[in-house]
Design a protein around this ligand. Structure first.
Ligand code: GLA
Length: 376
């Protein structure tokens, strides 16, 4: 087992299957536009202008964890929304890894930045079991191990955390990822986090009820990453969402992370997935978009293929109806999470270069690909 993405464990037999997919031909081999043409380059209109005409949020991460110096160059000029990459995660907010004491310095600073620049701040995230220490404080595991009444204790700690944070930012944050990545990375079961082991899938439902109690008005979102949108895993996710809606759990929408790591997701599959979300009366948005350049290693021009991919993803999101926004997981290629995370930090997986701006913060074809999609 090896650690990947946010500390998740990687199972090598599943990984081999994913690896094989890297050799499939990506959709973006069919490049429909030359995303570097003079006409496109001469248009200086920022992303947010086109997004706002469509009533969409276009966002990026304000990642203090990565100490991104490029942020103020593009927020608020290009982007009208930000997400804190790490600062609102429970473990990162906690004082000395305790579950009942906080340090709000970083999260307050980001909330202040959003207010000052009049951009939306997405709340990310109230509960994330995958990364003990970051996603939630280590003291929680210790207490639950020793507890004689683990269910009651965990529910009361979850409630207190969710109430504390939602209430503190109630005037700034109107949109919370309540639970992040409830499913195993590969496989259609809920991931065996502490929350799940003690409470089963009720932990997800309870989290939404607690968030609802604490907020005056918040949009409450379930956020997940998908490699495919029509496999067993995606369908299990949708079944759970349908069950929640049927039971009256206060869920408003779905966050699709959409990290394109190994291969492109089929846009037809994505459309069908979104149709089901729409039928349930929920909204959705793409919450963590990035597209690794290496995915297009068989294309003649990886940068253009990447641009085409950004275009296709954004068009699918927009055309499927109900899309509220698209958030990029970073700004310039110089600071991106793949370069620091196995296996993507190895030579074999590079170049990652997953974002819209290059290391020097110049616009890449990917930028124009996304902008063309917003413009149409
Ligand atoms: C997941 C999480 C994000 C972030 C990324 C990797 O997608 O939701 O908060 O940790 O992994 O950086």
């Amino acid at each position: 087992m090896k650690k990947m993405k946010g500390g998740a464990s990687l199972n090598y037999s599943s990984f081999a299957a994913q690896f094989k997919m890297m050799f499939q031909t990506p959709e973006s081999n069919r490049i429909t536009k030359e995303f570097g043409s003079a006409e496109i380059l001469n248009d200086r209109t920022p992303l947010r202008t086109y997004a706002e005409k469509k009533g969409l949020y276009i966002g990026t991460i304000a990642d203090t964890g990565l100490k991104n110096p490029d942020l103020t160059k593009v927020v608020p000029s290009e982007f009208n929304s930000i997400t804190a990459g790490n600062a609102f995660k429970w473990g990162n907010m906690s004082k000395n890894q305790r579950f009942d004491e906080y340090e709000f310095e970083e999260s307050d600073r980001i909330a202040g930045f959003a207010k000052k620049n009049d951009v939306r701040l997405r709340g990310h995230v109230l509960l994330w079991g995958r990364t003990p220490g970051g996603g939630y404080p280590l003291a929680l595991d210790t207490l639950i191990e020793k507890s004689k009444t683990p269910k009651e204790d965990l529910l009361s700690i979850m409630k207190s955390h969710i109430h504390t944070v939602v209430k503190r930012y109630d005037d700034t944050i109107k949109n919370w990822d309540v639970v992040n990545e409830p499913y195993e990375v590969f496989g259609s079961n809920l991931a065996p986090y502490t929350f799940q082991e003690v409470l089963g899938k009720d932990y997800i439902k309870k989290a939404f009820y607690y968030a609802k109690e604490a907020s005056t008005y918040q949009k409450l979102i379930l956020n997940e990453q998908f490699f495919y949108y029509q496999d067993k895993r995606a369908l299990a996710f949708l079944d759970l969402v349908e069950e929640m809606v049927g039971e009256g759990v206060p869920i408003d929408g779905i966050g699709l992370q959409h990290h394109v790591m190994f291969n492109e997701q089929s846009s037809d599959d994505l459309k069908r997935f979104i149709e089901r979300i729409n039928r349930l009366g929920l909204t959705y948005e793409i919450t963590e978009l990035d597209v690794r350049q290496k995915v297009f290693k068989r294309s003649k021009n990886m940068a253009l293929a990447q641009a085409q991919s950004y275009y296709t993803i954004a068009r699918t999101c927009i055309e499927s109806g109900g899309c509220e926004g698209i958030t990029l997981w970073g700004v310039g290629d110089g600071v991106n999470w793949y370069d620091h995370m196995a296996p993507f930090n190895s030579k074999m997986f590079q170049p990652n270069k997953p974002l819209l701006f290059n290391e020097q913060m110049n616009k890449k074809p990917a930028y124009y690909g996304l902008r063309e999609a917003l413009k149409l």
